[in-house]
Design a protein around this ligand. Sequence first.
Ligand code: TRP
Length: 447
Amino acid sequence: MKNIRASFGTRMGAIAASVGSAVGLGNIWRFPYQAGENGGGAYILVYLLCVVLLGIPVIMSEFIIGRSTHKNIQGALRQLSPGSKIHYFAYFCVLGAIVICSFYSVVCGWVIEYLYQAATGALAGHGSEDYGRFFADFVGSPVRCVLWTILFLCINFAVMTLGVRRGVEGVSRVMMPLLFVILIVFCANSLMLPGSHKGLDFLFSPNFKALGWEGVVDAMGQAFMSLSLGVAALVTFSSYFSDDTPLMKDAVTIASLDSLVALLAGVLIFPAVFSFGFEPTAGPKLVFEVLPAVFYQMPGGYWWAILFFLLLFFASLTSTISLSEIPITFLTEEFKMSRGLATLCCAVVVIAIATLCALSFNVLSDVTVAGMNIFSLLDFVGSNVFMLLGGLFTAIYVGWFLRKKVIKDQLAVKGRTSSLTYNYVLVCLRYVAPVAILIILYYYVTA
Ligand code: TRP
C-alpha cells in the first residue's frame, strides 16, 4: 500500500498554522516588555527592519527546504544534498525543538494557573503590590507549577495525536481568528481608557538613547524567536504546503501578521498600564505581576483577566504545537513510527525536561549552571544557540550551497520567478543574515 503523506487542507489553514507558530508568548509577553525597556519606537523600528532583512529571508530558506522535498528536516537535507553529512543538522533541530518546547511549556503552565485563578475569582481583589507575592508564591510551589505544566503538555500532545490536518490545522484555524478578535476588542478598550495616549507615546515615540546596542541585539534575537526560526519548525510546516502556494507571499503575510500581533499586544498593554499609573518598564514581570492589577481596576475586570489569559493560552498552544511537530514528523518518517507512538515518545521526553524546568523555581532552585537555573539555562541555550545557530546554518546552506534551480523553482509563481524577489532573498541569505547573526553571537560571547 502506498503511504500518502499528510498535507494541510487549504492555503488558509497552512497560513493559520504558521501564524499560530509565530504568534506566541514571544509576541504578547516578550515583545512588549522588551519594547518598554529599550526605547519604544526605536526598538520597534529596528525590530521591523530585522523582520525584513533577516526574518523573511530566513523564513524563505526554511520554506524552500521543506516545500521542495515534502519531507522532515533529515529526509529533506538527504534529498537536497545526497551523500553529504549535512542531514545530521536534523538532530540539532530536534534537540532544539525539545529544549525550547520544554521551557516554553512552563510559562504556558503559568498561563493556565492564571486562567484558572481568574476564572475562580481568586486572582481578583489583591492590592496592586500583592501580585508580586502572588506570583512568587505560585512559582515557589512545586506541585502547582508541575501540574499545570503537565496539564498544558497533555493538551498539546492530545492535539498532536489528531494529526496534521485535524490537529495542527484544525486547532489553528479556530484559535487564530479568535485570537485576533480578542486582541482587537482589548485594544479598543485600552484606547478608550483615560490617558491612554501616554501609553501610545511611550510605545511609539523613538528614544534612541534608551535603545543602545544591547537593544539592537535584543531586537534581532526577538525576530528569530518570534518568527519561529532556526530549528526547522517552518521546514516541517512547509513540507505540508501544496506545490502551488506562492511561498514569498505567504512568508510576507506570516511575518506581517506576526508583527501586527506584537504591536497590538503593545497597544493592549501600555495604554492600560499608563492609564492606571503603573510602571511600564517592569520587564518579564509585566504580564504576570502588573497586568492583573491593571485589569481589576477596569470595569468588568473579571472578564478582562480571563480574556487576556485565554488569549495567551491560544497563542502559546499553537506555538508548542509547531515545536512538537518537528520531532514527531522526524520520528514518523525516519524511524517509521506511527504518529501515536512518535507523539508518546516526544511527550515523555518533553514532560520530563519541562518538569525539571518547573522545579527550577522551587525545589531545584539551587541547581545552577553558570549562575542560571535550569529554566534560564534552557531559555538561554534555546534562544541563543539553537535559534541563532540554526538560522545561521539554514541561511548559509540555502544561500551558498543549495542548487539555484531549487531556489528559483520554489520562488516561482505560476512558472515565473521575479528577479527582484530572488535577489532580495539571496543577498539577505548570503550576506546580511550571516553577518547579523555573527554579530549577535559575538555580542553574547563577549558580554
Ligand atoms: N514563535 C513563538 C513565539 O513567538 C515561539 C516558537 C514557536 C518558536 N515555535 C518555534 C521559536 C520554533 C523557535 C522555533 O512565542
